[in-house]
Design a protein around this ligand. Structure first.
Ligand code: ZN
Length: 270
């Protein structure tokens, strides 16, 4: 394994029968991945694809808005995946967490982007679900895979209560530099997707945090990087993300590759 995409949805139905081709391209490119669940059904699928493949691991949990309604969204993009119900069911996840391929809990967190309806009530529900998963991760000594959007301060305030007991990664980081530094101080890494290959908004953060605090991911099938923009994303496309991080930081690509791999090993034990 030369590269690791720490956050893909390799188990999602989006891949259908082409999942085999996606995995073959990943292996040819020397890429491993953590297949992330967004609810119970997709967590089970993540474990399945992890068990069937070397260099594939699973992350299990409940996304704050995934499947909350028919118009699922996951970073604002619609998805056909719609199983399960919102709400972290500890009894069900307990049956999964002991699987040796499970390396993290999530993606879980807070999603405040474009909330509709009784917003305060939704936030209370999201926070309760998030806290359940934080406690679950502590109980089973697993890192968290965080999904946070437009809610960095609230998420930080919750996590701060568990300082010293929690660790993990802030997936698809879209906060500001001071927020990034606060999460890093709390023991988290932050990860970036293919978005950084065509948007410069995060260059300042990527340049100004320690290389030890960064991770690379695809969030496939979403947000394909340049030169694959507009197509369905896949874990093999994490390589342009590694290259872009090295370019932004002005560091040797090989040095960045080795350190990012090391960061994933350290945090997830992959
Ligand atoms: Zn995701």
């Amino acid at each position: 394994m030369k590269y690791i995409d720490i956050h893909s949805h390799l188990g999602f139905e989006d891949y259908g029968p082409d999942q085999k081709g996606v995995i073959a391209r990943m292996k040819e490119s020397g890429v491993g991945t953590i297949a992330v669940g967004a609810d119970l059904a997709s967590s089970i699928e993540a474990i399945k694809v992890a068990e069937e493949n070397e260099n594939v691991w699973a992350c299990i949990g409940q996304h704050p808005t995934h499947n909350v309604s028919k118009t699922d969204f996951h970073h604002g993009e619609s998805s056909e995946v719609s199983h399960g119900l919102l709400g972290f069911d500890e009894v069900e996840f307990e049956k999964l967490v002991k699987n040796p391929k499970v390396v993290a809990i999530g993606e879980c967190g807070l999603e405040y982007y474009k909330l509709e309806g009784d917003i305060e009530k939704i936030k209370v529900k999201q926070k309760a679900d998030f806290i359940k998963q934080i406690k679950f991760a502590i109980k089973y000594d697993k890192p968290l895979m965080l999904h946070i959007r437009d809610a960095f301060d609230d998420a930080y305030d919750i996590l701060k209560e568990y300082q010293g007991q929690v660790r993990g990664d802030v997936h698809f980081f879209t906060g500001k530099l001071p927020q990034a530094l606060k999460f890093i101080e709390l023991g988290f890494t932050i990860s970036f997707t293919g978005l950084i290959t065509y948007v410069q908004d995060f260059d300042k953060i990527i340049k100004n945090v320690p290389l030890e605090a960064l991770q690379a991911e695809t969030d496939a099938p979403y947000v394909a990087p340049v030169p694959h923009r507009g197509t369905r994303n896949e874990p093999a496309y994490v390589i342009p993300v590694y290259q872009k991080i090295a370019e932004i930081r002005g560091e040797e690509p090989e040095k960045v590759r080795l350190q990012l791999l090391e960061n994933a090993k350290r945090l997830f034990g992959v």
